[in-house]
Design a protein around this ligand. Sequence first.
Ligand SMILES: NC(=O)c1ccc[n+]([C@@H]2O[C@H](COP(=O)([O-])OP(=O)(O)OC[C@H]3O[C@@H](n4cnc5c(N)ncnc54)[C@H](OP(=O)(O)O)[C@@H]3O)[C@@H](O)[C@H]2O)c1
Length: 293
Amino acid sequence: MIGSALIVGAGGQLGRGLVQSAPAGATVMALSRTELDITDETAVATAVRGLRPAVVFNAAAYTQVDAAEQDPLGAARVNALGVRYLARACARSGARLVHVSTDYVFDGAGNVPYAADAVPQPINVYGATKLEGEVAVREELGERGLVCRTSWLYAGDGHNFLTRMLTLMRERPALNIVVDQIGVPTTVDSLAEVLWRLAGEELAGIHHWCGSGIASWYDFAVAIAEEGAARGMIGSKPRLRPIGSAEYPTPAQRPRYSVLDKRVTENVLGIESPHWRDGLRAVLDRHASGAAS
Ligand SMILES: NC(=O)c1ccc[n+]([C@@H]2O[C@H](COP(=O)([O-])OP(=O)(O)OC[C@H]3O[C@@H](n4cnc5c(N)ncnc54)[C@H](OP(=O)(O)O)[C@@H]3O)[C@@H](O)[C@H]2O)c1
């Protein structure tokens, strides 16, 4: 039984998903950035002390991977310092913290899924600041802090690869998509459900959660085109051309391979993550039928 939960960053795609999937019996308090800026230490301490949640979910983050390269201090303020303020407030009030991190803490030089205890080595500013956030949770909360890393997160609405692709596929007859970055698409629904379960079981330490299987961005785009066309969400299927990352330079370097090994978390919760393509179908079915996902 979770009791009362405070969700910060509640206006983002994960924050909204957490609110929507709250288990029966949980008392949910949800604060968006305008209601609680996690970089304001006094505001964070006051909110946690005043609301007295049993658990705090941190869905707030600076998530613009490319913008972070030009704004490392801005990214660190949210992803590292803000997380420290939250963890510190939780430590003082006795609340547990469920914090979310990323596959981008890894360098992507490997070719087998990264276990939760694999050594992180970020290759971009976003990943480095997210790693600092993980460290802050450990330093402030010790064994009582929980970090769940995830990858390629998306829902049927909000800013993510799925919604961007659907828009582009309606506008353009052909698209070039990167094929040499490998990861796993993960639905907000599946992650939100797992975060509630991790909190309910009072687990701590580092966990991994993502879809099953692996994909390149190109594979993901092909699946979006096929599944989107089958549901009448795009007109005709666009031509998709696989390209290398070198053909699509971005300010931030991305890991070449960032598959997370989620088996420990699956075992401890006694659940199996759905294949990423089944996750995509479920999100599109909900979206096509007009429900917010
Ligand atoms: N998206 C992915 O592909 C992905 C992959 C791996 C891990 N993750 C992690 O998953 C978590 C959730 O990401 P998401 O996809 O839901 O991101 P999102 O949609 O960008 O949501 C992040 C939210 O945080 C809010 N925020 C930013 N700065 C804040 C501050 N100082 N105080 C309070 N709120 C603040 C944002 O508000 P504004 O909109 O007003 O800025 C936004 O509502 C993050 O920890 C992210 O690092 C995401």
